[in-house]
Design a protein around this ligand. Structure first.
Ligand code: G6P
Length: 636
């Protein structure tokens, strides 16, 4: 969702803030802004712009405004259109307080009405602006930041993280967190604040993840005091770091900050000759799957430690429940077949945004796996919190070890995909499938259902599927780029069919095409076609059909393909080698070498993603940053 970034310290803030925003642009890119306190005039200066961050960067070049305290924002709009007026930072009436915010102030309407009655004038449609005006209202009453903040945060409802600077305190910055992520990096005579530590990775190795319902007052100048006068925070730092900050709970109690070692790197973020990050990430899948498999092979008994479960608990699982959103939900749906068929554990899959509002049944020996590439998705995170409250076991499966979900779930599992920059998930998806396939085998091993050798064969099967995933792209890349992408880019809608494990894969394929090409694509279970969707079949609606290696399912899919052909439908089949009947029925065939039957979707993943990519490219779409989307959706 939106990202907030801030800097306070010995250097000028703009360079860091703009670079931080560039690193976090995945969180939103419909407008951006920067504000700082000019050291010359002690007044706030601000630059904002509509559209992607590059517009702000260009504008900033023309305005040489800078200062030792600066804040910045990239936006994914929730309240109000993506206009310059609605872009952050937002201000109070006097333009003496500036705020950047991620999240939602749920009671913004009431607050706005009350503030308006008191004479405040609003200039944007955002919920954020109420923060600046509310601060303007409480600061003069209390005169000091801390009591003013206690009053302010107790007025605000919702989930939010915001950073504020004020002309009346030109050397201090406030950072506030309630449920939305926020962290502080500690450098030498400088402090960084951001929604994600990626913003300051490489600049410091020390991070404070701001606790929930807490605020921080950060000061520009370091304190020069003797060791005996140092605060516990200062004593915990090495000579190369200094921090002048105070951390308070929402009730105003001084808290001891927990400084952690930052294990995030900002490397590997170049496109390496690829035209788009998505293409680079599609091609990184084979390596990412191999690293993930290697990691789990070497994990040994640390698996139990990481998952915060004993071997006995894992062996005795009565059910597994997985929650996620978007692509992560699709990975979970595919993995349902792994856990039920391999580990023989009844498994159910839930959309995080729905799960919270369903009745909750606290079954014994259940494991809840929350799946999220980013580990920050608000819907999924709220489910983790809800299940934690019920004292059931939660495990987060994510690609980001420093994410909120890893910190809040009881245990964690990691995908080793490396940073995923393109909004449409590719390598995170394939590595999620990899981890879950491996875990199903590991549970089966602990239950005595398979031997160690069978687990090793499963690991080899994953590597074979990864090989196929990449080779099939290379086999068809030329043909897709030269002719097929052009052809299929002409259709306005498409149907995606699968059955059994290829049905959730069809859902993922449809999502991929929708996300990046804006072509309306609907995934259906193939057997359901005749119960309604078949009415849509015509020569203008191509039908993508994903085959199965299960002989019985395959036969049913052939019957479904015949139903489409009988209605003059156009079939694009992802078929496995030797599946003659399906191949003869299809208008366009992609032949996939045979793999482990449950890894069919993984083997097809690369080609499916590349086809969507090529169609979107043909249509001239913004592939890495599709319209209206954000990589990390931190609002519910
Ligand atoms: C957003 C992205 C999707 C992604 C989903 C879940 O909606 O646009 O591509 O699948 O979030 O993200 P997560 O980080 O929780 O896997």
């Amino acid at each position: 969702m939106c990202s907030v970034v801030g800097y306070v310290g010995k250097n000028q803030s703009k360079a860091f803030v703009l670079e931080g925003l560039t690193r976090l642009e995945y969180r939103g890119y419909d407008s951006a802004g920067f504000a700082c306190i000019s050291p010359e005039s002690n007044r706030l200066a601000c630059v904002k712009s509509q559209g992607q961050l590059q517009n702000l960067l260009a504008k900033c070049k023309q305005m040489p405004v800078d200062g030792h305290l600066g804040i910045g924002h990239t936006r994914w709009s929730t309240h109000g259109a993506a206009t310059e007026a609605n872009a952050h930072p937002h201000f109070d009436c006097q333009k003496s307080i500036s705020v950047v915010h991620n999240g939602i102030i749920e009671n913004h309407h009431e607050l706005r009405e009350a503030l308006k009655k008191a004479g405040h004038i609003f200039v944007s449609d955002t919920d954020t602006e109420v923060i600046a005006h509310s601060l303007e209202a409480v600061l003069p009453i209390h005169k000091r930041i801390k009591p003013a903040m206690v009053e302010l945060v107790n007025k605000l409802e919702g989930a939010y993280a915001f950073v504020a600077i004020m002309q009346s305190f030109p050397d201090q910055m406030i950072a506030v967190r309630k449920r939305s992520p926020l962290c502080i990096g500690i450098g030498r005579d400088e402090l960084f604040v951001a929604s994600d530590p990626l913003a300051f990775a490489g600049r410091t190795k020390k991070v404070i993840y701001v606790p929930d319902e807490a605020f921080v007052i950060m000061k520009a100048a370091p304190r020069h005091v003797s060791d005996s006068q140092k605060s516990p925070l200062e004593l915990a730092l090495s000579s190369s770091e200094t921090a002048n900050l105070e951390l308070y709970s929402f009730s105003g109690t001084l808290l001891k900050p927990d400084i952690q070692e930052l294990d995030v790197d900002w490397t590997d973020t170049e496109k390496r000759g690829h035209e788009h990050f998505m293409l680079k990430e599609i091609y990184e899948q084979k390596g990412a799957i191999a690293s993930t498999v290697k990691y789990y092979q070497q994990l040994g008994n640390n698996l139990y430690k990481q998952m915060e479960l004993s071997k006995e608990q894992l062996k005795d699982l009565k059910s597994i429940k997985m929650v996620g959103c978007g692509t992560s939900w699709h990975a979970a749906r595919i993995a349902q077949f792994f856990f039920e068929e391999i580990a023989k554990v009844p498994t159910s899959i839930h959309l995080a945004s729905e799960f919270r509002y369903m009745p909750f049944f606290n079954y014994e020996n259940s494991l809840y796996i929350a799946i999220s590439q980013s580990g920050e998705t608000a819907d999924t995170l709220e489910v983790v919190r809800m299940i934690n409250d019920k004292e059931c076991t939660t495990v987060a499966l994510t690609n980001v070890p420093s994410s909120t979900m890893v910190r809040e779930a009881n245990g964690f599992l990691l995908t080793h995909a490396g940073p995923e920059i393109a909004v449409a998930s590719t390598k995170a998806f394939s590595t999620q499938v990899t981890v879950l396939f491996w875990l199903a085998h590991r549970i089966a091993l602990d239950k005595g259902l398979i031997t160690m050798r069978q687990l090793q064969v499963a690991e080899e099967d994953l590597l074979i599927a990864a090989e196929v995933l990449e080779n099939t792209i290379d086999t068809y890349r030329k043909e897709i780029s030269a002719t097929l992408a052009k052809k299929y880019a002409q259709f306005n809608r498409a149907i995606f069919l699968g059955r059994h494990i290829s049905y959730p894969f069809a859902l993922e394929a449809a999502l991929k095409l929708k996300e990046i090409s804006y072509i309306f694509a609907q995934g259906y279970p193939a057997g359901e076609l005749k119960h309604g969707p078949i009415a849509l079949v015509d020569s203008l609606t191509p039908v993508f059909l994903f085959s199965s290696l299960d002989p019985m399912i395959y036969q049913k899919l052939v019957a479904n393909a015949q139903e489409v052909k009988a209605r003059k439908g156009h079939i694009i089949a992802f078929a496995f080698e030797g599946q003659k009947e399906l191949i003869s029925l299809a208008d366009c065939v992609f032949m996939i070498p045979k793999v482990h039957p449950l890894l069919g979707p993984l083997a097809m993943t690369g080609l499916m993603q590349f086809l969507s990519y090529a169609i979107a490219k043909e249509l001239g779409c913004a592939i890495d940053k599709p319209r209206n989307l954000a990589k990390s959706v931190t609002v519910e």
